[in-house]
Design a protein around this ligand. Structure first.
Ligand code: M6R
Length: 609
C-alpha cells in the first residue's frame, strides 16, 4: 500500500528520494514525506499527492546525501500532514518510515505511555519509532539490537527504514510480510518498496527476507538475522529496463501499458513456447508432477481472480480437471478443505498481495503443492511458492492492471494446454493447433489496437455521463465481463456490474431502464443465441447496447454500437475481448477528467489485509 524509499550515497538525497517516490505513487498518494540529514535530520511532509511535497521543497536547498521517504495510503488515521510519514520518536532521535500494519499498536502505546512516551498522530507507525527508541536507550546495545527486539515485540506486517540520530552515516531497515528491495551502485545504496522506484539508478538489488534487518552505508550493505548475526547475500541483476517504468510519450501509464500488450503477450508466449512445444521447466515443475494433480485451487484477488475464473472454464473443459477459484481474502478464514493431491495456483502481478500470500501459506500448511503465476521476480509469493511461472510483462505502474492481466491469461492458457496434453485429454493435432493459434494472439491484439482505438475513444466520450453500466456474457464471455466491469468502475467511478447473461432475469433486470448502458460480450458460439436473447430482453426495456463480438457472429439486431474483434480459438477470446473493454474504461475515465493512473482510494499493491 504505502511506498518507502531511501538513499545513502554521494549525491543529493532529495532529488533521488522525490524521483523514487514518484515511481511509487501508485502504491498510495494521500500524503508524502521525506527526512534528510545534513547536520541534523529534517522532516518535510505534505498532505495529498507528491506534487504538494515537491512544491513545499522547491525553494529549499537540501544538501544532505542521506535520507528516507514515504508515500502514504492511509490505514490508521485520516490522510493529513500530521499522520504522514516520516514519524519521529519523542525526543527526535529516531526517524522512521513504514509500510504495513502494526496489529498490536494499542497495546504497545499503553506500554510506552507507562514510560512517559507521548503520541501526536493517529497512526500505528509512530509506536514503532518510540519502541525502537525505548529498546535503544534501555539496552544501549546499538541499532540492530533495538530493531531485533522491536521485531520480536510487534505483530503485523512492516517494511521500515530508520535513521538514528546517533548513527549519522547509516540507514537501518527491516521487514516482515511487506515488500522491500535494496539496491547498490557506485553512487550509493538505495532502498524501495518496489524495483521501478530505483531502476533508473541501479538494476543490482538484494532481497531482504522476513525478520531480517540491514544497515545501509554509502558503499556497503550489511544484513543481519534476528540473532544479530550477519548474513551473506548476493546481488541480483534485474532484467527490466529503466524506460519500462517511464511514460515514454504516452499521456498515461494505463494507455502505455494497454499498447504494450502485443509485445508482452509475445514475450510471455516465447518464454514458454519454442518450436511449437510448451516448456514449463523454468518453473521447476516436471511433467510427472503436473500429471499427478487431482484438482486445482486457483486463489487470487481482483483482476488476478478474474484470470482465475477465465482459467477455470479452460482447465475444466480442455484438461478435464476440477477447478475451484477462490477469493484470497476469504480463502483461509473459511477453513477450506484441500486434497493433498491438489495444486494451489496463486495468481498475482505484484507477488506481494497480503491475502494471496496468506492463502499460499494456508495451502502449504495443508500439505498442498503451490504454483505461483507472478510478474515481479523475487517477490514474496514467488519466493515462497514451490513452483513459479513468471509473466513477462515488465513493470506495471498504472493502478488498474492491463498488461499483467493479459500476460496472466496467456500463462493460464499455456498451463491448461500442457495439462490437457499430459493428461491425454487432447490429441497431438489439437495440441499443435492450440499452440499455433496462441502465437497469433499478439498480431490480433495489435490489429484491435490499430483499428479500433479511435472509434472506442469516440463512443467513450458519449458515455462519460452514465451512472451505471452492466456487462453481460456467458461462459468465457462472462468471465471476461467481470474484468471489463472492474476496469470501468475502478478508474471512472461509474457503478458497474458484470453478470452471467442468464442470471440477469433473476433480479438485476429490474435495474434496466431507458438508456441504461449494457455491454454484451459475444464470442462463444455454443451460447451465442442465448446471449443474443438476453440482450434482446434488455434492449426491449430501453438499454443502450454496446457489443464486443467476434467477426463471424451476427450481432446487428441487438447492437446500438458494435465492436468487432478478429476470430480465434474459443479458449483464447478473453485475450482479444479484454482489449476494447480496457480501452472503454480508459477513455470514459479520460472523458470524465479523472486521474486514470491513480484512482482515488486505491493502491497498486495491497500489502495489508
Ligand atoms: O498484485 P496482484 O495481482 O496480487 O493484485 C491483485 C489486485 O489487487 C489487482 O488486480 C487489483 O484488482 C487491480 N486494481 C486491478 O486493476
Amino acid at each position: 500500500m504505502c511506498g518507502i524509499v531511501g538513499y545513502n550515497g554521494k549525491k543529493k538525497a532529495v532529488d533521488i528520494l522525490l524521483d523514487s517516490l514518484s515511481k511509487l505513487e501508485y502504491r498510495g498518494y494521500d500524503s508524502a514525506g521525506i527526512a534528510i540529514r545534513d547536520k541534523e535530520i529534517e522532516v518535510y511532509k505534505a498532505k495529498g499527492k507528491l506534487a504538494n511535497l515537491k512544491e513545499k521543497l522547491e525553494k529549499k536547498d537540501l544538501k544532505g546525501t542521506i535520507g528516507i521517504g514515504h508515500t502514504r495510503w492511509a490505514t490508521h488515521g485520516e490522510p493529513s500532514e500530521n499522520n504522514a510519514h516520516p514519524h519521529t520518536s519523542n525526543d527526535g532521535s529516531i526517524t522512521l518510515v513504514h509500510n504495513g500494519i502494526i496489529e498490536n499498536y494499542q497495546e504497545l502505546i499503553q506500554k510506552l505511555e507507562k514510560h512517559d512516551y507521548k503520541f501526536y498522530s493517529e497512526t500505528d507507525t509512530e509506536v514503532l519509532a518510540n519502541i525502537i527508541d525505548y529498546y535503544y536507550k534501555k539496552y544501549k546495545m546499538g541499532p540492530i539490537d533495538a530493531i531485533n527486539r522491536t521485531m520480536v515485540r510487534v505483530r503485523g506486517s512492516y517494511a521500515i527504514a530508520v535513521m538514528f540520530e546517533e548513527h549519522p552515516d547509516e540507514i537501518w531497515v527491516a521487514r516482515k510480510d511487506s515488500p522491500m528491495i535494496i539496491g547498490q551502485n557506485e553512487d550509493g545504496t538505495y532502498l524501495a518498496s518496489d524495483v521501478p522506484a530505483i531502476l533508473k539508478y541501479t538494476n543490482q538489488v538484494y532481497y531482504i527476507d522476513n525478520l531480517e534487518a540491514a544497515c545501509l552505508k554509502k558503499d556497503q550493505v550489511t544484513f543481519y538475522d534476528l540473532n544479530g548475526d550477519t548474513i551473506e547475500k548476493e546481488l541480483t541483476t534485474i532484467k527490466w529496463n529503466a524506460e519500462a517504468a517511464e511514460k515514454e510519450g504516452y499521456e498515461h501509464f494505463m494507455l502505455k501499458e494497454i499498447f504494450e500488450q502485443p509485445d508482452v503477450i509475445k514475450k510471455t508466449i516465447n518464454y514458454y513456447i519454442q518450436n511449437n512445444k510448451i516448456d514449463l521447466s523454468k518453473s521447476g515443475i516436471t511433467k510427472d508432477v503436473l500429471k499427478s494433480f487431482k484438482e486445482i485451487y486457483i486463489i487470487a484477488c481482483g483482476s488476478a481472480y478474474h484470470v482465475g475464473i477465465n482459467a477455470q472454464y479452460i482447465f475444466e473443459e480442455l484438461a478435464r480437471i476440477p477447478v475451484r477459484v477462490e477469493i484470497a481474502s476469504e480463502f483461509r478464514y473459511r477453513h477450506p478443505i484441500l486434497d493433498k493431491k491438489g495444486l494451489a495456483i496463486i495468481i498475482s502481478q505484484s507477488g506481494e498481495t497480503a491475502d494471496s500470500l496468506a492463502a499460499l501459506r494456508e495451502a502449504k500448511k495443508q500439505g498442498v503443492k503451490t504454483l505461483a503465476i507472478i510478474n515481479v521476480v523475487g517477490s514474496s509469493i514467488a519466493r515462497e511458492a514451490d513452483y513459479v511461472l513468471y509473466t513477462i510483462a515488465g513493470p506495471e505502474i498504472a493502478v488498474a492492471t492491463t498488461k499483467a492481466f493479459s500476460a496472466q491469461l496467456i500463462v493460464s492458457y499455456i498451463l491448461a494446454i500442457e495439462m490437457a496434453h499430459i493428461r491425454r485429454k487432447i490429441n497431438a493435432k489439437l495440441n499443435l493447433e492450440l499452440i499455433k493459434e496462441i502465437q497469433t494472439l499478439p498480431d490480433k491484439v495489435q490489429y484491435i489496437l490499430d483499428n479500433l482505438t479511435h472509434s472506442i475513444q469516440k463512443i467513450s466520450s458519449e458515455f462519460s455521463y452514465v451512472h451505471d453500466a452492466f456487462y453481460i456474457g456467458r461462459n468465457l464471455d462472462y468471465a471476461i465481463s467481470l474484468e471489463g466491469s472492474l476496469k470501468l468502475k475502478e478508474v471512472s467511478y461509474i457503478h458497474s456490474e458484470a453478470y452471467a447473461a442468464g442470471e440477469l432475469k433473476h433480479g438485476t433486470i429490474s435495474l434496466i431502464e431507458d438508456k441504461t448502458l449494457v455491454i454484451g460480450v459475444i464470442t462463444q458460439e455454443e451460447v451465442y443465441e442465448k446471449t443474443i436473447s438476453n440482450l434482446v430482453e434488455v434492449k426491449s426495456r430501453g438499454a443502450f447496447i454496446i457489443t464486443v463480438s467476434s467477426d463471424n457472429l451476427d450481432v446487428d439486431k441487438v447492437s446500438d454500437y458494435s465492436i468487432k474483434i478478429p476470430e480465434t480459438n474459443k479458449y483464447f477470446y478473453p485475450s482479444l475481448t479484454v482489449i476494447p473493454l480496457q480501452l472503454l474504461g480508459y477513455y470514459i475515465t479520460i472523458a470524465r477528467g479523472l486521474d486514470v493512473d491513480k484512482p482515488r482510494n486505491l493502491a497498486k499493491s495491497v500489502t495489508v489485509e
